[in-house]
Design a protein around this ligand. Sequence first.
Ligand SMILES: NC(=O)c1ccc[n+]([C@@H]2O[C@H](COP(=O)([O-])OP(=O)(O)OC[C@H]3O[C@@H](n4cnc5c(N)ncnc54)[C@H](OP(=O)(O)O)[C@@H]3O)[C@@H](O)[C@H]2O)c1
Length: 330
Amino acid sequence: MVRGSFAERSERGRRVRRFGPILHGRLQRVSETISAGAAGTWTLGDLTVNRIGFGAMRLPQHDRAFAADAASRDRDQAITVLRKAVELGVNHIDTAAFYFSRLRSANELINRALAPYPEDLVIATKVGPGRDSSGEWLPMATPQQLRGQVEENLRQLGRDQLDLVNLRVSGPGAITEQFEALATLRAAGLIRHLGISAARPDHLAQAQAIAPVVCVQNPYGLGFRSAQDALVRACGAQGIAFVPFFAIAGVGREAGGSGTENDEVLSIARAHGATPVQVRLAWALHRGPHVLVIPGTGSPEHLVDNVAAASLRLTSDDLTRLETVHQAEQ
Ligand SMILES: NC(=O)c1ccc[n+]([C@@H]2O[C@H](COP(=O)([O-])OP(=O)(O)OC[C@H]3O[C@@H](n4cnc5c(N)ncnc54)[C@H](OP(=O)(O)O)[C@@H]3O)[C@@H](O)[C@H]2O)c1
């Protein structure tokens, strides 16, 4: 049972984070309090996940994902973040073989930190884009090359089957041939469930004509890509998960958050004793029970804050004020 108001629990979390290393028993008690399960669950095909998940793109480097000269992040800290995420109830991790810096690979870190994997852990990965060994982007994978990308993820994660593979779309062209190739790999048992990412409504229709789609993973957040609202609703109506990325970073995209925050968000955060980031995550979760967030961080403190957002309940007045912020998107 979750005890205390959001502000009280957050303060308890902050106190323990400050003294976490020397108060291990206390940290475990907070883990019982701050839980990814506090926002409820959703089922991806036959796999049930807590609605607060984790995005692994930030683990290999600090911000500036994919910048050739981005400094690699500390390996032990990345492993700590992953293990703490699972300890806090995160059982939906988003990754990709193309998430790597010069010295770190997200998939390798996940494997090192979490294998043998917990029974309930769902690892979602993406295929389509690819990078060569020096990090340069390659042309989108052909249908024939998708098998190699799936196998690359299997090798790096140390699995025989991938729980969920998103076809990461690039541009408005039809995805029929690529999705058919993934459906074939699914039928062969290499993949359990399929999704699409950076996709348009017509891509969803093309994919659904070939195989079941359990999620759409698209850029979306408070005041960011409000044109996605209709697709978010359409996914909910069809029982498909909508998984927003950049729900914190917004227009900052790969560069991360700007550090400046909207006054309305600040005011609502203050009223709840929460952070603006927590308000952004809670807002996304309030868009519907099928919305699963995957905040990305390489920071243990940010991770705890993000998971704590699972229990932040916004009022109808908050949501009305935030809708104005959302629709006023620049
Ligand atoms: N399908 C796609 O094409 C696609 C594209 C991009 C991302 N993704 C996936 O979506 C996930 C989420 O996207 P994202 O990581 O780019 O963006 P995000 O979750 O919106 O934001 C991450 C940024 O916010 C910072 N941050 C995280 N938690 C914070 C907190 N509590 N307080 C302050 N700052 C905080 C992070 O820095 P710190 O690391 O310092 O905390 C990082 O700069 C990715 O990790 C990836 O798995 C998918």
